[in-house]
Write a protein that binds this ligand. Structure first.
Ligand SMILES: [Fe+2]
Ligand SMILES: [Fe+2]
Length: 188
């Protein structure tokens, strides 16, 4: 009996800590990027798949979360405002890169080109700092050849690679499960 109650207390405590972390993350997003979260274009990324069943929106939220986690765990003292905004906007290319129409027009160079497209789109809507620009421009390093020049860009690059890998192997699942059927139903 004692064993069961200890296990259940541990589980409850674990859930409480998870809930607290999630609440903290949502508050940080609200403080630093409410305008991005509310924007139509950012919300339109919920209709675009990234890897596996994750939408681009899910992916960018995860990259922001893991960037903050890395910053905290490694004591990197990054500028949180730039880190969060850069992470949310790093894949702001605003098209579906799995779309056959896109592929036939632009070939298969999405990996090389999308940081530039994302940066141009983000510049149109937001007042970016140099650090945010660097995050978006270099997040695909080593494809960008020139390495990131600030710690915030290194952190987002690392978080992006980790999230992309977990999505590709199916260990991070998202809201895009059954995506093609859902898109058809929504008529998107
Ligand atoms: Fe990207
Ligand atoms: Fe990404």
């Amino acid at each position: 009996m004692g064993l069961f109650s200890t296990a259940s207390e541990k589980h409850t405590e674990k859930l409480r800590r998870m809930y607290e972390r999630h609440k903290q993350f949502r508050n940080m997003l609200k403080d630093h990027a409410q305008d991005i979260l509310d924007s139509d274009n950012f919300n339109s990324t919920k209709r675009h798949l990234q890897h596996g069943s994750k939408t681009v929106h899910d992916h960018c939220m995860d990259v922001a979360r893991y960037s903050l986690l890395l910053n905290k765990k490694l004591g990197l003292k990054c500028n949180k405002h730039d880190l969060i905004r850069g992470a949310l906007l790093h894949d702001y290319f605003l098209y579906d890169w799995h779309d056959k129409a896109y592929l036939s027009q632009r070939g298969r160079l999405h990996g090389f080109r999308h940081p530039g497209v994302a940066l141009r789109n983000a510049e149109k809507e937001y007042d970016l700092t140099d650090t945010q620009r660097e995050i978006i421009r270099k997040h695909m390093w080593p494809l960008s050849v020139i390495p990131p020049a600030c710690r915030e860009a290194w952190v987002v690059t690392a978080a992006d690679k980790y999230c992309s890998f977990m999505e590709t192997v199916g260990l991070h699942k998202g809201h895009g499960e059954g995506f093609p059927e859902r898109m058809t139903k929504e008529g998107s």
